[in-house]
Design a protein around this ligand. Structure first.
Ligand code: DSN
Length: 418
């Protein structure tokens, strides 16, 4: 048997079956996880090529192995597209994930033990911004800012005071669960006054930045990091953008400090994805993502839901469940039974725990990718409220599940057969 020619379904029906079941699960549920999306087929074709077997330590023109002329061309193409799309002086496309990109950014600007000022995870920051559970908190001296517990908003004056008191070497802005526009220019002023570098992690809002639906941090920051698979709708990876003066340190921090060979098959898919970002269709998609999030938020509010900050400016919103006496864990389990997929999330001033927080986070990138719009957002809002306000009613959840599946059939993701 020639294994190189073997079909997955023939050689490994177990794995093939799991993949098909996962495809079916996606087709029959509405994915409201704010950080997830469906990459176009063109990217999935690229990522499953022979490039998966390639090693290419180094950078274009400076490799350790031979036979990489096509890879050099590919990575240069991806770098050039990333710089053009974001208006950046330098781009690194090798980091394997958002956390790796963030750690590489810290290593390129800081010495171990230097102080970082970043957003608390409970307020919407990311693990890799220095949460206690992350290795970042052991590598650096991390102090953190939150949001105003009453409004849920960033309090720039409080952050400024904290920066002037704690004198960090680096200020990190950007979030995983913040529904409002971030004032990067204001962060730049704070960093300048405090004598700190400024880094933005725009993993969640990168697509909005590219499409002009959120102000760009690029001119204000020393380094900007982003994952590629959220609103950017690519396969999973990360991009680091920086000023030319930091280019060598950033590249060195990624390779050889943090990683060996990059995943060139994924870089090929990212290159394709970066080409998509320049199209009018992509800008229209992002406008719809934002409009759907606003409609979802307004419809939830009309039905009595408490939305953190009162609404959203971007692709996600946080639902405060306290008034309905249900926690985020229970709510997410019940919603999953109804085929509505969300994640539990802490909210500002939360008295709950990470495992049993008071909120859930809802995002619109994935539902919008399959063509759902405002009418569907209103239906989703109604179903979410029905399910979380009637936890005892299994029959109601079954009915919502049937309605969700019927709606999903009208919006196939990939038009693939099982
Ligand atoms: N896990 C991602 C999110 O859900 O926001 C961030 O890494």
């Amino acid at each position: 048997m020639n294994l190189l020619e073997e079909k997955l379904s023939q050689f490994d029906p177990a794995v093939d079956g799991i993949i098909r079941n996962e495809m079916r699960r996606n087709e029959e549920t509405i994915n409201l996880i704010a950080s997830e999306n469906y990459p176009p087929k063109s990217l999935m074709k690229a990522i499953s090529s022979m490039l998966s077997g390639i090693y290419s330590e180094g950078y274009p023109g400076e490799r350790w192995y031979r036979g990489l002329e096509n890879i050099d061309r590919l990575e240069s193409l991806a770098i050039g597209r990333a710089k053009a799309v974001f208006g950046a002086e330098h781009a690194n496309v090798q980091a394997l994930s958002g956390s790796a990109a963030n750690i590489a950014a810290y290593l390129s600007l800081l010495k171990l033990g230097d102080r970082i000022l970043s957003m608390e995870i409970d307020a919407g920051g990311h693990l890799s911004h220095g949460a206690r559970a992350s290795v970042v908190s052991r590598m650096f001296d991390v102090v953190q800012y939150g949001v105003d517990p009453q409004t849920g908003l960033l309090d720039y004056e409080a952050i400024r005071r904290q920066a002037l008191e704690t004198r960090p070497r680096l200020i990190v802005c950007g979030a995983s669960a913040y529904p409002r526009t971030i004032d990067f220019a204001r962060f730049r002023q704070i960093a300048r006054e405090a004598g700190a570098f400024l880094m933005a992690d725009i993993s969640h809002i990168a697509g909005l930045v590219v499409a002009g639906e959120h102000p760009t941090p690029v001119p204000h920051c020393d380094i900007v990091t982003t994952t590629t698979h959220k609103t950017l709708r690519m396969t999973r990876g990360a991009i680091i953008l920086c000023k030319a003066e930091h280019a060598d340190q950033v590249d060195h921090a990624v390779f050889p400090t943090l990683q060996g060979g990059p995943h060139q098959a994924n870089i090929s898919a990212i290159a394709v994805g970066l080409k998509h970002l320049g199209t009018p269709e992509y800008r229209q998609y992002i406008r719809e993502v934002v409009q759907n999030a606003k409609t979802l938020s307004e419809s939830l509010r009309e039905q009595g839901a408490e939305i953190v900050t009162g609404g959203t400016d971007n692709h996600l919103l946080l639902l405060d469940l306290a008034k309905w006496s249900i926690d985020g864990e229970t709510a997410s389990v019940l919603l999953e039974e109804a085929h509505l997929i969300v994640n539990k999330n802490k909210i500002p001033g939360d008295r709950g725990t990470a495992k049993k927080p008071s909120g859930i986070r809802l995002g619109t990138p994935a539902m919008t990718s399959r063509g759902m719009g405002e009418e569907e957002a209103r239906l989703i809002a109604r179903w979410v409220v029905e399910v979380v306000t009637h936890p005892e009613e299994q029959t109601l959840r079954n009915k919502v599940k049937e309605d969700v599946i019927a709606l999903c059939r009208r919006f196939p993701i990939y038009r693939m057969t099982f």
